[in-house]
Design a protein around this ligand. Structure first.
Ligand code: SF4
Length: 227
C-alpha cells in the first residue's frame, strides 16, 4: 500500500490564490480587528499561512453543521431562512462587500433573527459576546435592516455552545461605518493608523496572532501608551 501525505493534501486543497486587496473595497469581517493590522494587509499583503487556513476551514465546517441543526425538522420552532449572504454596502467613494459565510437568518416565534456563528477553542472562557464580534453583527443588522441578532459560539472540541442576544444599536453601527472611513482615508493617504490593539490589555491578544507584529513594533516602539 502506498502512503499518502494527508497534511500536504489538505494544504493543496485549501490553497488560495493570493491577490492584493483592492483599495476601496473592504470586508465586514475585518473591521472589528485592529485597524493598523487591516491597513498593513492592504499596504503589505502577505500570504495567509497554511496553519491559519486550516483554522478558518474548521470554522467553515462548524458553520455548515450549525446550518444543518437549524434546518433540521427535529427542531420545528426555528425556521432557517437563509444561510449565505452576498453583502454590498456603498459608502462615500468605497464599498464594504464580501460573501458573509458565518451569518444565518432564522425565524424564531415569528421574528427574523440574524445568527452569527463563531467557533472557539474553549467555550468555558466565553462569558460574554466578544466586542470585535459584536461590531461585525451590528454592521450586518444595520445594513440588512434586521434588528435582532444572536452571537452563537461553538466549541471546536465538543460542540458545546453558548448564545448571546445582541440588541441593535444605531449609534454603534454608525461608529463602525466611521471606522471604515478612517481605514479608507489611511490607505488612500498612506498614513499608518495607531496600533490600537496595543492600547488596551483586553485587545492585546490580537497582536499575538498578528503577522505584522514586527513591522508594527518597528514603526511604533513600546511605550507607556502602547504596550
Ligand atoms: S501587532 Fe497588534 S497593534 Fe500592531 S498591527 Fe498587529 S494587531 Fe495591531
Amino acid at each position: 500500500m502506498s502512503m499518502i501525505d494527508f497534511n500536504k493534501m489538505i494544504d493543496n486543497h485549501l490553497k488560495r490564490e493570493n491577490y492584493p486587496k483592492g483599495v476601496g473595497r473592504y470586508y465586514p469581517s475585518e473591521i472589528g480587528m485592529c485597524l493598523r493590522k487591516v491597513y498593513y494587509s492592504y499596504m503589505h499583503p502577505q500570504e495567509i499561512q497554511p496553519e491559519l487556513l486550516k483554522i478558518f476551514e474548521v470554522g467553515n465546517i462548524l458553520h455548515d453543521f450549525v446550518v444543518e441543526v437549524l434546518r433540521s425538522e427535529k427542531n420545528p420552532d426555528v425556521e432557517l431562512l437563509k444561510s449565505e449572504f452576498p453583502f454590498k454596502h456603498e459608502v462615500d467613494d468605497f464599498v464594504i462587500s464580501g460573501r458573509i459565510d458565518n451569518l444565518i437568518l432564522v425565524k424564531i416565534s415569528g421574528k427574523n433573527v440574524l445568527v452569527e456563528v463563531k467557533s472557539t477553542g474553549n467555550i468555558d472562557f466565553i462569558e460574554e459576546a466578544a466586542p470585535h464580534n459584536v461590531v461585525q453583527l451590528q454592521l450586518y443588522m444595520h445594513v440588512l435592516g434586521i434588528h435582532d441578532g444572536i452571537l452563537l459560539y461553538l466549541d471546536k472540541r465538543n460542540l458545546k455552545s453558548k448564545v448571546f442576544p445582541i440588541a441593535y444599536d444605531e449609534e454603534k453601527a454608525k461608529q463602525i461605518l466611521e471606522r471604515f472611513r478612517a481605514l479608507h482615508k489611511s490607505i488612500k493617504e498612506g498614513g499608518t493608523p495607531e496600533p490600537e490593539a496595543r492600547g488596551d490589555r483586553k485587545t492585546l491578544w490580537m497582536c499575538r496572532l498578528c503577522e505584522y507584529r514586527e513591522r508594527c513594533y518597528e514603526e511604533t516602539p513600546r511605550s507607556r501608551e502602547w504596550m
